[in-house]
Design a protein around this ligand. Structure first.
Ligand SMILES: [Zn+2]
Length: 239
């Protein structure tokens, strides 16, 4: 059950991200039309090849958007936190064919599809914010496609962990191998090996049941794609 403390935290977190670009009355309308729900790591919020009837605005949760094959193998194409949302398919009246899996625990607004279409039509700011994020996500997905083709698993894992850290996400130790296996399209033994290499370099360690990263040690292990997706989401100027 959501406590007053966590509800207050959700509202405070909402002060940043995509919804922060809206006017106060527009944010309030999103609040009223949505259910604030806690998302658990590994939870499937949208199933592959199923119609998507709910828009998702992550607040403190991080979600991975992915695609898979008939045999069940899958890979994440993008990571989304409070800077974005999932529901462009709803606005475009298209069938959702991907899968949305919770990567890091936290809260999200879940809004019925009809309400999203209503608020999108009514708010030029929401239109601008959603369309701008759709462009940003396309950039991330495209860069990740290049990354999967040319860069090693250790590099991709370092990039993914930095992307999680950028969004203030925390990866549960007990579920990290399984979640990273899905996100990075590698088997669990490969994920464990890559994680051990990063741990040996002092880039990751366990702390209070979560994966803690040391950015100075982790950044050298990441491929150049990290800089590209970081630039794409406007985190800061390229170095
Ligand atoms: Zn890469």
């Amino acid at each position: 059950m959501q406590t007053d403390a966590t509800a207050q935290q959700v509202i405070e977190q909402d002060a940043s991200g995509l919804l922060a670009e809206l006017a106060g009355h527009e944010r309030n309308a999103i609040h009223r039309a949505s259910q604030v729900r806690f998302c658990s790591p590994g939870e499937i919020l949208v199933s592959a090849n199923a119609p998507n009837r709910t828009a998702i605005f992550p607040i403190t949760a991080l979600v991975a958007v992915g695609r898979g094959l008939r045999d069940g193998r899958a890979v994440a194409a993008g990571l989304v936190g409070s800077e974005g949302m999932l529901g462009a398919d709803i606005i475009l009246h298209t069938e959702h064919v991907g899968q949305v899996v919770v990567q890091c625990a936290g809260f999200a607004y879940c809004m019925p599809a009809d309400d999203l279409r209503h608020h999108f039509d009514a708010s030029a700011r929401l239109q601008k914010s959603i369309l701008r994020f759709a462009h940003t996500l396309l950039g991330q997905v495209t860069q990740n496609a290049v990354c999967y083709r040319f860069h090693a698993l250790k590099q991709r894992m370092a990039k993914w962990l930095l992307m999680i850290d950028d969004r203030s996400g925390r990866l549960d130790v007990g579920k990290s191998i399984a979640l990273l296996s899905i996100a990075l399209g590698a088997d669990q033994r490969e994920i464990e090996n890559a994680m051990e290499q990063l741990a040996a370099a002092g880039a990751v360690r366990h702390r209070s049941g979560m994966i803690a990263i040391q950015r100075d040690a982790l950044e050298p292990s990441a491929c150049e794609c990290y800089e590209m997706v970081r630039i794409d989401r406007g985190a800061e100027e390229p170095r």
